[in-house]
Design a protein around this ligand. Structure first.
Ligand code: ZN
Length: 143
């Protein structure tokens, strides 16, 4: 699938901030409670994560929100050795793709487990991070 995030593209690291805030208050509100929510197009049923302002398939703008679930499964991960300048405090860090029960895959930092001990298929949960400066974001931690 061409829409899948790749771990080798730095562009994917900015994906989660590429969300039109006005249409996604639900997303940020849920994130504060440690939940990830996605949008489902009411017209064609396309699931979007991160939530989109308009459906990428039919351009519809009516959505329902749903909780991705509290537990995801680690699908792949990589340790990033050369970090973009803006993330120096996280150097080096592990990013992972995890799959939620409905099949939605999400890219995020993996915390609390190193590349030596992370195991494919291990259970992860989402935690929100609310920095004093900058946008809230989410990380995976071992469940
Ligand atoms: Zn649609």
């Amino acid at each position: 699938m061409s829409g899948e995030p790749t771990l080798h593209s730095r562009r994917t690291l900015t994906l989660r901030f590429d969300i039109p805030i006005s249409k996604t208050r639900e997303f940020w509100d849920a994130l504060k409670e440690g939940k990830l929510v996605a949008t489902k197009c009411t017209k064609c049923g396309t699931v979007s994560f991160p939530p989109q302002g308009d459906c990428p398939k039919c351009m519809g703008s009516e959505f329902t929100w749903f909780d991705l679930g509290s537990e995801a499964k680690l699908v792949t991960f990589t340790q990033v050795q050369i970090t973009p300048a803006s993330f120096v405090e996280n150097d080096p860090y592990v990013i992972a793709i995890a799959e939620f029960p409905g099949g939605t895959k999400v890219l995020a930092w993996l915390e609390g487990v190193g590349p030596e001990t992370a195991k494919l298929g291990m259970k992860l949960r989402v935690e929100s991070r609310l920095p004093k400066e900058g946008s809230p974001y989410y990380v995976f931690v071992p469940a």
